[in-house]
Each structure stands twice: as C-alpha cells, then as structure tokens.
Design a protein around this ligand. Structure first.
Ligand code: NAP
Length: 263
C-alpha cells in the first residue's frame, strides 16, 4: 500500500502514526520546515512537492484545512490524480466537488481528536473499501455512513469530546462544592465515566435501564435526577447537538461554495 498524506498537521500526524503500523509505503507533505522535520523524525519520506507525493502513491489522504485545498489543487497537475483513491478528511467539501476537481475515486473520512490515543470514532463515506477501512481502523473504530450523515457526525462525534469534557468539568466542580479535593475528584470521575461506558457496552444495557438500576426509591439518585430534570439538562444537551449540527451544515455549504468556480 502506497499512501500520501497531504498536510501532516495535527490529524495528519495521527494518521501517519496509524498508517506506519500497517508497514505501508508513506510519503508526507507540508509547507514549513517544522512539518517536514516532524515527518522525517518518524522515518517517513517528507516533501513539500504535493504533485510528486500524489504521483508516487495509490491512496491520497487530504489532511489540509479546506481553505488551503485550493493551493494543493494549483500544485498538483490534473493527470497526477488519475487512478488514485482519495480520502478527504477536510470538513465541508463534498464528494461530488472533489470528483469534479480531481476526476479520481473519492471518499470522505471524519475522525475525531481521540485519534491521538488510537481511540478515534471515524465515519467513512460512502462505498465500503477494505484498504481505506484498514487505514482508519489504526486510529480507532470505523463506521461506514452515507455522506449526508457527516454533519450530524461532526456535531456528535467531532464536537462530542468537547461536550463530554465540559460535563466532566461540571462533575469536578460539583465534587469541589461537596468538599472533595479537585485532583482526587477528577481522577475518580474519569474512572466512573469509563466504567459506566464499559458497563453499557459490555452488558448491552440501555442507558435508561442502567439509570433505573441505580435509582432506589427515596434515595440520593432520584433527588439528583429531579434536579437535572428541573434544570432542563437533557433538553440542553439535545439542543447543544442540534445547534452544532446546524453550524456544521452552514459551514459545509460555505466551504463547498468556495470551490464552485474552481476548475
Ligand atoms: N483536528 C481534528 O481533530 C480534525 C478532525 C476531523 C477532521 N479534521 C480536518 O482535518 C484537516 C486538518 O486539520 P488539522 O487540525 O490537522 O489542521 P493543521 O494542524 O493546521 O494541519 C494542516 C496541515 O496542512 C499543511 N498544509 C497547508 N497547506 C499545505 C499545502 N499546500 N501543502 C502541504 N501541506 C499543507 C500545514 O502544514 P504547515 O504547518 O507546514 O503549513 C499543516 O501541517 C481539516 O480540514 C479539518 O477539518 C480535523
């Protein structure tokens, strides 16, 4: 497998580390010396020449920011894309736009920040391809979805780590309010969250059933749940995700429009 990673930034670097474990032939690109040195340090071929990198590979992973994709298009000659499989992790640019611009077979991937610890949750669109699935499985779990679900994915799975982090921080503040030392609270809360997820996954329990198991009559949990209910926590979280989804759809349209007149 010959893989080019165009733009080895934060997410490109996580992908590079993952692809390395597949013993693939890799070539990474960047603009600055810092990026080039970082790629070389991994024992991987590095270049600023995107045209050369695309020509040399079978699979091309586009990991630049969408607003920088125009410069990549200017640097890579049209014929270089011929017969390549392209995987774009750039938010917003549609498969149909990338097909029009490159004439190649195009996939989109939407990993999340957890790629840095091999625990990403990646959506791949659209047609199943074993080689591409293999690459993204090195970053964590993989789900094949239709392209129209990518905005929802961005809101739930892309922004999700930030929302969960915010909830964990609220738990820690609650612990401090009850007199628990912050560091102890933080560690214990992370273990509790991890344990809850493991229970839900392993026991295949619906969250509502788990909640009811913990909620004894006239106990402490029901008092907390009553407060959550009166404060509208559930509705706030649903609205949070819906707002992020709407924003992703709006940005996506704006980004894709940037390429309307690009040949
Ligand atoms: N970060 C995430 O968790 C995440 C998750 C899902 C999707 N994404 C998507 O991934 C893409 C990259 O995000 P990021 O957070 O990794 O951004 P980033 O850290 O800024 O990385 C982008 C990289 O692209 C390089 N670059 C820019 N123009 C280039 C060109 N013409 N040729 C070669 N390399 C070029 C930059 O290199 P220099 O630094 O050398 O200029 C930089 O290293 C975005 O489209 C984003 O939507 C990110």
């Amino acid at each position: 497998m010959k893989v080019a990673i165009i733009g080895v930034g934060k997410i490109g670097y996580a992908i590079l580390k993952g692809v390395k474990s597949l013993n693939a032939e890799i070539i990474g690109t960047g603009r600055s010396e810092i990026t080039i040195e970082r790629i070389k340090k991994e024992g991987v071929e590095a270049t600023k020449d995107n045209d050369y990198a695309v020509r040399k590979s079978e699979i091309v992973i586009l990991a630049v920011k969408p607003q920088h994709f125009n410069s990549v298009l200017r640097e890579v000659s049209k014929t270089a894309w011929n017969g390549k499989k392209i995987v774009s992790i750039m938010a917003g640019i549609k498969i149909s736009t990338l097909v029009r611009l490159t004439g190649a077979k195009v996939y989109r991937a939407m990993p999340n920040i957890n790629a840095i610890v091999g625990k990403a949750t990646t959506a791949l669109a659209e047609e199943k391809d074993e080689e591409i699935e293999k690459i993204f499985k090195t970053l964590g779990s993989v789900y094949w979805v239709s392209e129209e679900l990518l905005d929802a994915w961005t809101a739930i799975i892309g922004s999700g780590p930030a929302f969960i982090a915010e909830i964990i921080d609220a738990f820690a503040l609650g612990a401090v309010a009850c007199g628990m030392p912050r560091d102890l609270a933080y560690e214990a809360i992370l273990d509790m969250v991890e344990g809850t997820v493991t229970t839900l996954k392993r026991e295949k329990t619906h969250p509502v059933l788990l909640r009811d198991q913990v909620t004894t009559p006239a106990g402490t949990t029901i008092r907390g749940l009553m407060t959550m209910e009166s404060e509208g926590i559930k509705s706030a979280i649903i609205k949070t995700i819906e707002a992020a989804y709407q924003r992703s759809a709006t940005i996506g349209k704006e980004i894709d429009k940037m390429f309307e007149n690009t040949e």
